[in-house]
Design a binder for this molecule. Sequence first.
Ligand code: GBH
Length: 494
Amino acid sequence: FLKGTADTNYNTPFPSNFLFGTASSSYQFEGAYLSYGKGLSNWDVFTHEPGNVVDGSNGDIAVDHYHQYLEDLGFMDDIGVNSYRFSISWARILPKGRFGTVNRAGINHYNKLINALLLKGIEPFVTLAHFDIPQEIEDRYGAWLSPEIQKDFKYYADVCFKAFGDRVKYWVTFNEPNVGVIRSYRSGVFPPARCSGSFGNCSSGDSEKEPFIAAHNKILCHAAAVHLYRTKYQKRHGGSIGIVMNAVWYEPISDSMEDKQAVARAQAFYMNWFLDPIILGRYPTEMQEILGSNLPAFSKNEVKKLKNGLDFLGINHYSSFYIKDCMFSSCDQGPGISKTEGFAFRTAQRDGLFIGKPTTVDWLYVYPQGMEKIVMYLKERYNNIPMYITENGLGEVEHQNSTIEGLLNDVKRVDYMSSYLHALGTAMRNGADVRGYFAWSLLDNFEWTDGYTIRFGLCHVDYSSLKRTPKLSATWYKDYIAKNRRAARTCTDA
Ligand code: GBH
C-alpha cells in the first residue's frame, strides 16, 4: 500500500543517500595566488604571459573563494546540497613540490574549509589535481613528460591523505586527465603549450607522441596514489578513491559499420585511453593497433598495480557529437583525421541539422539523451562501476548587450539541468549505479583560456565587486533537491 502511494505520488530515481552538490576548482575559484605561502602554479605563469587567455585575464583574484568561502558555503547551505566538490591547489600545499616544505597555512586553509562543510552536513568531495600544478615541477623536469612526476604526485597525495583523510571520504586523483593532456600536449592551448605541425602554434613539442607519454605518466600517478590510499589509509579512514573523466557522447553519423567503428575509436582515444588501463590493466585495442610503438607500454608489475584501480568513476558530461569515419573513407581537412584521434572526425551536424540545440558555447550542444547513453555505455563496459556525475552544466557567453536581469533569469540553464537530470534518472532506473550529481558550478568563475567571458554559475558574480547573486537556476536546484530528497525519505520510511 505505502509503496503504491509513493509511486503514484512522486517517484524519484534518486536514493536517499544520493549526493547532490556543486563543483569548483582551485585555480578557477580561489584567487589569493601569492598569499599565505602559496607557490606559483603553471596556470599563474601561463596566464601572466600575454595572448594565452582571450580576455587577457587571470586567476590572481578569480572569485576570491579563498577569502569568501564561508559566504559561499552559505549559498550551498541555502540550496540544500549535501556535498561540495572542490580541488586542492597543489602549489598551496607544496609551493616547490617535493623539493621544499609543506606550507602550513595551506593545510590550515583546507582544514577550515573542510570543517565548515562538515558542520553544515556537506560532504567534501576532493580532487587532488584539477589542471594546476606547482611550476617548480614543470621547470625542474617537464612535469607529466617525465616518469619522475610519480614521486611528486605520490608525495603530494600522501600529505593530503594524512592531513585531511580523517574527514574526507571521497578522493579524486585527477580531473579530466584526457582533456589535460590533449590541451597541454596536442593542441598546446594549456600550459606548457606544447604541440607540433598542424595541431597548433607552439614553439616546441610533438603532438603525435607527447600526449601519450603524459597520459601514461598520469595513469601511473593515479595507480601510485590509489595504491598508497588503499594500503595506508583506506582501512582506517573508510573512504573511497576514483578519477574524473570528461565524457562526450558520440553518435555515429550514419548506420554504416565504418562510422560505428569510428565511434568506438573516438571513445578509445578520448575516455577509454585512461579507463581501460586503470580498470582493465591495458590500453584499448584500437589505440594499440593504430599507434603501435608510439603508445608506451606497461610493465608486468605496473599492470598488477593498475588493475581495478577505481572505487568509483567520476564523469563530467556536457555535450554530444556525431562521429564520421576517416580511416576507410576520406575526410576533408579538420581535426579527427589524424591517427592521434583515431581517424574519427567529430562534427555537430548531420544533413545540416545539429545533434542537439546549439548554445552560445561552441562545444556545447543540448542533447540530454547523451547523459543516459554515456552512463549506460560506461555501466556496460566497466561492469556497473559506481559512478558520480562530477560535473554538468550550461555555459553562457557574455555579450556587450548581456544585462544582469538576463543573466539572472537563466531559464536555459534550468531547462538544461532538468532535462539532463531526467535522462540521468532514466539510466538509473535501468540499473546504472549512479551515486551523485554535481552542478558546474556554484558561481560564475575563471573559465581557463576563455577567461571570464563564459558564465557557468548558479550564482552570478559581479567581477568588479565580487558580489554573488543567486540566479533562477539556484532557486530551481534548491526546489529540485528538496523534492527529490523528501520523496526518497518517504520511500525509506515506508
Ligand atoms: C570542465 O571542462 C572542467 O573540468 C572545468 O574546469 C570547466 O570549467 C568546465 O568543464 C566547463 O568548461 O572537445 O569539443 O568538447 C570540460 C569541458 C572539455 C570543454 C573539452 C571543452 C574541448 C572542446 N571541456 N572541450 S570539445
